[in-house]
Design a protein around this ligand. Sequence first.
Ligand code: ASP
Length: 345
Amino acid sequence: MRYGIYLLFVAILMGCQQNEQQKSDQNTTKKDSLTKREVSPRLVIHGGAGTILRKNISEQRRKAYEEKLSDALRAGYSILHEGGTSSEAVVAAIQILEDSPLFNAGVGAVLTHDETISHDASFMDGATNQAGAVAGIQTVKHPILAAYLVSINSKHVLLSGEGAQQFADEQQLERVEPAYFITDRRLRQLRELQKKKHAALDPFIKDRKYGTVGAVALDKDGNIAAGTSTGGMTNKKYGRIGDSPIIGAGTYANNNTCGVSSTGHGEFFIRNVIAYDVAARMKYQQYNLKKAGDSAIAELDKKGGTGGIIALDTKGAIHMPFNTAGMFRGYYTDTSGIVVKVFGE
Ligand code: ASP
């Protein structure tokens, strides 16, 4: 009898515990789904920094830039809005900018000293720490797609030249002739720059119109991804590779801190590891995104580097600092809609 009462007591106790557990499971699920629902997706992009002044750019041209940036934001954000991932949004937005002759990536990329094309691109997933990049490629139609596929289908991080193109073939990526990317405008720019080669400053450095493209996205699950694509710098020689395909310099993403895409004078971004520097300031100094971004650009400025970054954190903060006259940039959130900017404020 006594044993029977004891068993009953244990059974009731276990039942209570189970209920508590169920309740707490339910609470966690409720909390989780609430947290998940609370993450409102967003996308930030850039189309390069540089000497972008009102007097240098016609109204018509500015509008063309703004329209293309808006197209890219729309394409990337609609993926996020429909529940797609930040990786998909970054790749989609960058592909649109690569297809436009306005920017220094894909079609319309700047030309090397030998009047040819040499594309660099990188991609990083802030949830998995996976990263992929390609450098010095000439015939892959969408370099950002190649970089993304390196991040998911290769055990390496950075592939270059012919090998990267072979990898692109294995991934069945579309290839085109280098001429597909070359525009008259870039040919003219290159020749003008080469004519100035006796100027006091190295003509390579004097060309302060950048135009690399990049994107950083936050999806509904709170995951960040970042990517960057470029033709590099006009008149580059000796197989020069800039910061854009260098993880930590041109691109960085980590769900614990932020995602960053850079544009500017690549050598300075490499030496100062700018994209990672923003994340490191958040991680080790507990800076918020704005302070981290501003101080990284201040450091770049101190070292004599020019350019800018776009950055986004998991709380949804967006920051787009630069030390050039302007930067083609924009973002899309559910509350702001599409916002695009060109000049400094
Ligand atoms: N950062 C690029 C490079 O140095 C250039 C750019 O941002 O336009 O290759």
